[in-house]
Design a binder for this molecule. Structure first.
Ligand SMILES: [Mg+2]
Length: 228
């Protein structure tokens, strides 16, 4: 989510040519040691926190289901200072900003952490604030299992995933998924209102569906620690 602090260039709109969205739940099973996760929009319900703060503190009403592009904050009608205030709070103080976990995420992620390593790769540039948020909302998870890499840029996620031997990445930003197209990392789109344009990737509608794709019986490896 770093680009909301430092917008870089023009972001393409969601509309893209390609095959229809397909739901691949059940069509392949994922080794739990080979899947990693984005944070905002997948684990953290960040955009919902944004619109709640916008309403509470600035009286602006934004409907979650109407958000049709990732960088929606650029065109809400709020002035720049107010927008930056909300973004700073979300980035720097996720607990105080009352970002809550996406429904179902804590159970699945805690199970993953209890069985092996759990890797998050975020485009945020500050690691500690969001890692503390994860620890807060996953109190039962083994902390030493949790690895969080703050890539700082969306473009830097793929090299990190490759270095750590990941084969699947759950992501809500379509542009990031396209960066992984034709790479050894298979992106899995976590369904959100802003990524529902046509795309060629596997997608999941929530954490229950994602959990069904994981091969929980697979013997655990500890791959992602080896390259830290
Ligand atoms: Mg995200």
């Amino acid at each position: 989510m770093n680009s909301i602090k430092k917008p870089v260039g023009k972001v393409e709109s969601g509309a893209r040519e390609g095959t229809e969205i397909k739901n691949c739940s059940g069509s392949f099973r994922i080794d739990p040691s080979e899947i990693a996760f984005d944070v905002d929009g997948v684990v953290a319900d960040t955009f919902r926190a944004f619109i709640e703060i916008a309403f509470k503190d600035y009286g602006l009403r934004i409907h979650y289901d109407d958000i049709n592009e990732y960088e929606f904050w650029k065109d809400t009608g709020l002035d720049e200072n107010s927008t930056n205030d909300i973004i700073s709070r979300i980035l720097d103080q996720p607990l105080e900003a009352d970002i809550r976990p996406v429904t179902g995420s804590v159970d699945v992620l805690t199970r993953l952490a209890d069985n092996g390593n759990l890797l998050f790769v975020t485009a945020r540039s500050d690691r500690d604030s969001i890692l503390n948020w994860i620890w807060h909302y996953m109190p039962l998870a083994r902390r030493d299992s949790i690895i969080l890499v703050a890539a700082g840029r969306h473009e830097d996620k793929l090299p990190i995933l490759l270095k750590r031997g990941m084969k699947y990445f759950v992501e809500d930003r379509l542009e990031t998924c396209y960066l992984m197209e034709s790479s050894p990392v298979t992106p899995i789109v976590f369904d959100q209102p802003w990524n529902r344009s046509v795309h060629p990737f596997a997608s999941v509608n929530g954490w229950e569906e994602l959990s069904d794709m994981i091969d929980w019986k697979k013997p655990w490896k500890t791959g992602c620690h080896e390259h830290v």
